[in-house]
Design a binder for this molecule. Sequence first.
Ligand code: F6R
Length: 244
Amino acid sequence: MTAPRIVIVEDADDIGHVGADLVADAIARSPAASITAATGESPMGLYSALAGRHRAGMFETNAVTVFQLDEYLGLTPGDRRSLLGWMRRSFLQPLGVSCDRVVPLPSDGDPREACAAFDRAVEARGSLDIAILGLGRNGHLGFNEPPSAAESPTRVVELSAVTLEDNARYWGSVADVPTRAVTMGMRHLLRARQVVLVVSGEVKRAIVHRALEGPVGPEVPASLLRTAEAEVTVIVDRAAWGEG
Ligand code: F6R
């Protein structure tokens, strides 16, 4: 267990470049890497910078496996607002990762058996190699809402009021956001070999300090990264970190 490395950069563009360098190196070293990658605003610059490095021939993606990080429940098939759809547009297609290299989470039906099968699929690989994560205003990682234990498996969760509010912009109103979701469990995130957490904007200032400097525990799931085996890098911009 080593303390997270905190890299403070000027702005969201720099987050993208610094993060893309780290991830490109990791994939170049392990072309058959198992990867999970968040949706949301924070990693979008990283994904486009990463796609640029891929086009420049810095690494190949034909042998990677991508495990979906989180998904809403109760969507109709093909809903553009599904997180898998977002992943396709922002990460998989720009990086040339084909659909058969993706292990999706369930988005309807009774997901319990599908969650257990997903956990078995991650465990069959030993652990994830790379987790690219964003930070919720309540300290969530993926949809591991507080409280989430370090050993929590992939499971169905109820989204918190803060998360519903933050996602309302994609759905029109808070009332339209699905209230249930599936998330990869904390246990896989904490066992990943390398975690890159990207944090951007003043709205994240309180929670990034709480996660990195406050008490460690399930009430702030991201604080558990301080107990992880992984090499954890937190890339945070000035707006999020403050002047201190
Ligand atoms: C979404 C996900 C979430 C987001 C987090 C931050 O797949 O994993 O944990 O990373 O809510 O979202 P943004 O980056 O939009 O502030």
